[in-house]
Design a protein around this ligand. Structure first.
Ligand SMILES: Cc1cc2nc3c(=O)[nH]c(=O)nc-3n(C[C@H](O)[C@H](O)[C@H](O)COP(=O)(O)O)c2cc1C
Ligand SMILES: CCCCC(=O)C(=O)O
Length: 371
């Protein structure tokens, strides 16, 4: 007997995005759970992404007239109803049988920008037909650069409106939780958009050779690839996975239009700084010349407000909606976006912000004295 509610129903006890993970857990097998709900190594950066938001305190502003307020914004000439975008997540069929098609339906219903992964488990053209919401394509440059350009052309032709090149994961992090669970892609789930990619021949490692430096990293992209992509596409170019002022400045020199301050949700190098702690100096250094976005650890509308106050123009969320997808399908994703958006609007009203332009660093209370 199946005691779980149908996958299209929102569980009755869910009032916040953070209520979804237990509902997702009971829907998923150990294999999918190990991929979806884990970080690299000891998961310190993953935990710190959320903990660093929790350490920040807001400053209220009373009696402000916020009538007629809204959360609209423009990024790269595109209009967004609110600043909450769906981060790229690989292999969404691990979470729900309809995978990215389900997520795209929710993005459509809630006017949320959606970033589709190179490692999507549905074809990018098919996903594009599911939604009228702004769509961006996340690119993992592939060893065969001509194949990579074919992917970019496919994304352009399908109507994707920006290219998000992920630069912080040329190799996978040390995913101990996946290793312990023996994670593998089940039959029928794979990177369908990479079908037909020429295989890269690779000889067995000779004694003294390194699997990292002599194999995996030999095809990894460099700044030269970013410059080449810049001249090859007219789409806005966004680099995802920037954590230092130095790299942010380099992104600008290479011709990027935007960056995502991100540590990949703590899934690449463990013990990196939390994304929200990394954001302010980067926004100060390049925020007037690059569109600065951030992701990592967002579970509340107040987190969105804090990120915007510290210099992000918009945020992306990853696991928060992914748990909703696993627990309740497209309705779960839509519900998470709705919850975060409502919480953001409440937080704006209570801090005297009528529009996103009113959000500034003054909204953060000074750190309490501990002596
Ligand atoms: C299961 C999973 C798969 C992911 N796949 C990708 C991917 O294909 N490309 C990418 O750039 N980032 C990927 N990410 C990282 C997210 O885009 C995002 O940076 C991260 O999830 C943000 O942190 P949050 O989950 O705390 O919101 C993935 C994250 C998760 C949880
Ligand atoms: C090398 C990383 C592949 C997919 C991904 O981005 C993730 O699982 O976080």
């Amino acid at each position: 007997m199946n005691l779980l509610p149908p996958l299209s129903a929102i569980p009755r006890d869910v009032a916040a995005a953070a209520d979804y993970p237990p509902h997702a857990r009971v829907r998923l097998d150990d294999n999918a759970w190990a991929y979806i709900s884990s970080g690299a190594a000891d998961e310190l950066t993953w935990q710190d992404n959320a903990a660093a938001f929790d350490r920040l305190r807001l400053q209220s502003r009373v009696l402000a007239d916020v009538r007629g307020g809204h959360t609209r914004l423009e990024l790269f000439g595109q209009t967004f109803a609110h600043p909450i975008l769906l981060a790229p997540v690989a292999y969404q069929k691990l979470a729900h049988p309809d995978g990215e098609l389900a997520t795209a339906q929710a993005a459509d219903a809630l006017d949320a920008g959606m970033v589709v992964s190179t490692l999507a488990s549905c074809r990018i053209e098919h996903i594009a037909r599911q939604t009228r919401a702004p769509l961006w394509f996340q690119l993992y440059p592939q060893p065969d650069r001509a194949f990579t350009m074919d992917l970019v052309r496919r994304a352009e032709a399908a109507g994707y409106q920006a290219l998000v090149v992920t630069v912080d994961a040329p190799i996978a992090g040390v995913r101990n939780r996946e290793q312990r669970a023996g994670f593998h892609l089940p039959a029928g789930i794979g990177a369908v958009n990479l079908q037909g990619m020429p295989a890269t021949p690779s000889a067995p490692l000779a004694p003294g050779e390194s699997a990292v430096f002599d194999r995996l990293m030999t095809h990894a992209p460099t700044w030269n690839d970013i410059e080449a992509l810049r001249s090859a596409t007219r789409l806005p170019l966004i680099l995802k996975g920037i954590l230092s002022v130095q790299d942010a400045r380099r992104a600008l020199e290479a011709g990027a239009d935007g960056i995502v301050v991100s540590n990949h949700g703590g899934r690449t190098l463990d013990t990196l700084a939390s994304a929200i702690d990394a954001l302010p100096p980067i926004a100060d250094a390049v925020g007037d010349r690059l569109v600065v976005l951030m992701d990592g650890g967002i579970r509340r509308g107040t987190d969105v407000l804090k990120a915007l106050a510290l210099g992000a123009r918009a945020v992306m969320i990853g696991r928060a909606w992914l748990y909703g997808l696993a627990a309740a399908g497209p309705l779960g994703v839509a519900h998470v976006i709705r919850l975060l958006r409502d919480e953001l609007e409440i937080a704006m009203a209570l801090t005297g912000c009528r529009t996103l332009a009113d959000i500034s660093r003054d909204l953060l209370a000074p750190a309490p004295r501990r002596d």
